[in-house]
Every structure is written in C-alpha cells, then in structure tokens.
Design a protein around this ligand. Structure first.
Ligand code: ZN
Length: 384
C-alpha cells in the first residue's frame, strides 16, 4: 500500500481507496478505513438494495452499478441510487386517515429538515416524528430496530424523495401496514447527473441519479410547504383550514429567507461565487443564487460513494487554476478526503451544516437557522 502526497501520483498506481486505506486513524474520529468499509463494502444494505431494485423494476442498464457496489469497485458506485419505496401516493390521491374520535394524526417524517417544516404546518393539530436523529448523514443512515415500529404505527410517512432515503424500501417492507408514503418533493423538477457534466461518462446511470438536496433552496421549500399543507389537509380534513393557513405562513417566511439570502450574496462579486463541496450538495442553492459549482471531492449526489484518484487530481487542478478560496464540508459526513484536498491545494476547509438541524449544541434549532448559518459561512469564506 503506497501513500502518495498528491492524487496525480496516486492515480498512476493506486486508486483513491488504496490511498484512503493507507491514511492513519485520527484520534476522536472514525477510522477512515472502517468508515470506508461501512459504506462501500458489501453489507446488509446490498441485500436490501437488491430486493428494493426488483420492486421498482430495476433496469439492466444499471447492472454495472450494482456489480460495482457488490464487488467494492470504485467505477459507478459514486452515484446515489434512488431506491425509493415505489409506494408513494400522489398528494391528490390521499384519503383521510382512519382516526378514532379525538385521535391525533401521526406523521413520521424521514429527515430533521422535513420534520421541522412539517411541524410548522402541523401546529398543534398533528403529531410529527422525525425518523433520523439530529446530526446524522441521511445518505448513510441505517434504520434502528425501533424505526420499524415507529413507521408501522404512523398514519403517513413523509419523505424527501429523489433518492435520498436509500434505506426506505427495506424499512417499509419490514414495517408492513398501509400508511401512505408522501414525497414532499412532488412537483419539483430535479437536477440530474448530466448537470454535473458526467452524463456521457456514466452512460446509463443518469436516469437513476437525480439530486436530492432540494432543501438547500428555500424557494423550492415553498413547494414543500404547499405539499405538506395539502397532504395534511387530505389526511385530516377536520384540520384542513389550519394546515393551509400555516402552510401559507411558512411560505411567507421562506420568501423572507430567500430575500435575506439574496441580500447576503449580493455582497459577493460574481467571480468569487465558486463552490467546492465534499459531495455535490449545493447545486440547487448555486442555481438559485448565482454560484458556480466547480466540483466536489465526491463527484456525486451521495456522500456514500468514492472518487477515483484521477478525479481528485483533476479537482485539485481546477481549485488552483480558478483560485477557489474554500472547500465546504458538511459536519455529518467524513471529511478525511476533503482535508487531504484542502491540504494539497492550500485552500481553507469550511464546515457547513447542510444535512441536519439540531447540531452545534442545539444552536441550530430549525431550518431557518440552518440556512442562515450556511449562507453566512459561505459569504464570509468567499469574500475577497
Ligand atoms: Zn447530501
């Protein structure tokens, strides 16, 4: 095993995984080797991925992706597989939940961001439970045994959709029951793999690879607010007027947040609006506010993938030639590779909180504070 000081040299005789496995364990952090093994080596998720793929009509064109996952090869394993339930109910087709007299609607929501926005619309009229705890990377989440019971007892399950919840199909199968699954991203046109410029290179994968990070664009969250309001109103018609009023109030606060972000970003010269992230998570944000995504340490929509050494070398070349000022890393993901790229290029590593609220010792209690924290960090890091 050879440890190389730069990725170009590494690419000549090893792949990134070899280099990664050669890194030393940092005290207080997960071992990069064990982290890698947890994410990429065949494990129970591979088995459930197979059954999930069968249910959603897995296409033969994706076979190389699956083989790469099963064998641990780097190749195509870097893109997010949209293993959704195949059980989503369109919001317009939702039926009222079977509630006993006086019983409250109980909705299980997958992510902390989705739970926060759903609670804002539910008010005191419905119970909302977040499946993922605070500070957890949703791309790498492995359901806990109690999650099965939580889902089994729900009247409905609200999800981010767009392939974020890779654990979902297996969880729903284990939970059984007939609670409808609602994709909060219904009606949003997703970014696709070709937006990364990888469509041709990964021919056949792009149809399965859309960007799930819609929540990092507050304007798209107005669609969520509307979807949440309509879904709750359909599930619990007795509270429909309240749900719709609160959805409207949420939409207004999201518009205010959007205006605030525009004001912050105006302080940045357009040529400074260059983003490099740990995985490709800020595409919707970049599209909305005039940033250019230069690249990602993991060039895919999931943190649970890996780049080749050549891709890392190319990224370092772009960072240096374009004068990129910072690499942004979400605090829920392993930052080992990003740290190496930052070290090689002499660029600052800037922590963001893009995937979970409730982190930083409770200093980020809701979606609004999450977005403001990230925007302030981005603007500060990129200011000339
Ligand atoms: Zn992500």
């Amino acid at each position: 095993m050879t440890i190389c000081s730069n990725w170009s040299a590494a690419a000549r005789h090893a792949n990134a995984r070899d280099v990664w496995e050669g890194t030393t364990v940092t005290a207080g952090k997960r071992s990069p080797r064990s982290h890698y093994l947890q994410r990429v080596r065949p494990h129970p998720r591979s088995d459930k991925s197979l059954s999930s793929l069968r249910r959603v009509g897995f296409r033969l064109s994706c076979l190389p992706v699956l083989l790469a996952l099963l064998t641990g090869l780097a190749g195509c394993a870097r893109t997010a597989l949209p293993l959704e339930s195949g059980r989503e109910t369109p919001i317009a087709e939702l039926e009222p939940a079977s509630l006993a007299a006086g019983e409250e609607l109980h909705v299980v929501v997958t992510t902390t961001v989705a739970a926060d926005l759903t609670r804002a619309v539910a008010g005191e009229s419905a119970q909302v439970t977040s499946l993922l705890p605070a500070g957890v990377d949703p791309h790498a989440y492995e359901p806990a045994p109690q999650d099965v019971r939580t889902v089994a007892e729900a009247d409905a399950v609200f999800i981010n959709g767009l392939g974020l919840e890779e654990f979902l199909a297996e969880l729903l199968a284990n939970a059984g029951g007939g609670a409808p699954v609602v994709s909060l991203s219904e009606g949003i046109q997703p970014r696709a793999l070709e937006d990364l410029g990888l469509g041709e290179e990964h021919n056949g994968e792009e149809a399965h690879s859309v960007d799930p990070h819609v929540w990092l664009d507050p304007v798209l969250m107005i669609t969520w607010a509307d979807n949440i309001g309509e879904a709750l109103a359909a599930l619990d018609p007795s509270g429909s007027s309240g749900y719709r009023e609160r959805a409207s109030a949420l939409a207004q606060s999201l518009e205010s947040l959007d205006e605030w972000i525009r004001l912050q970003v105006e302080a940045l010269p357009p040529e400074s609006r260059l983003l490099v992230t740990d995985h490709d998570e800020l595409g919707y944000f970049a599209d909305r506010y005039g940033f250019r995504v230069i690249g990602a340490v993991i060039p895919g929509y999931s943190s649970a993938a890996e780049p080749s050494a050549q891709e890392l070398a190319d990224l370092e070349t772009r960072i240096q030639s374009l004068g990129v000022r910072a690499i942004f890393v979400d605090q829920t993901v392993n930052s080992q590779l990003a740290e190496r790229v930052a070290e090689d290029t002499g660029v600052r590593l800037v922590p963001l909180n893009t995937h979970s609220i409730g982190v930083l010792g409770g200093g980020m209690p809701d979606y609004d504070s999450l977005m403001r924290y990230n925007v302030e960090a981005i603007v500060a890091a990129l200011s000339p």
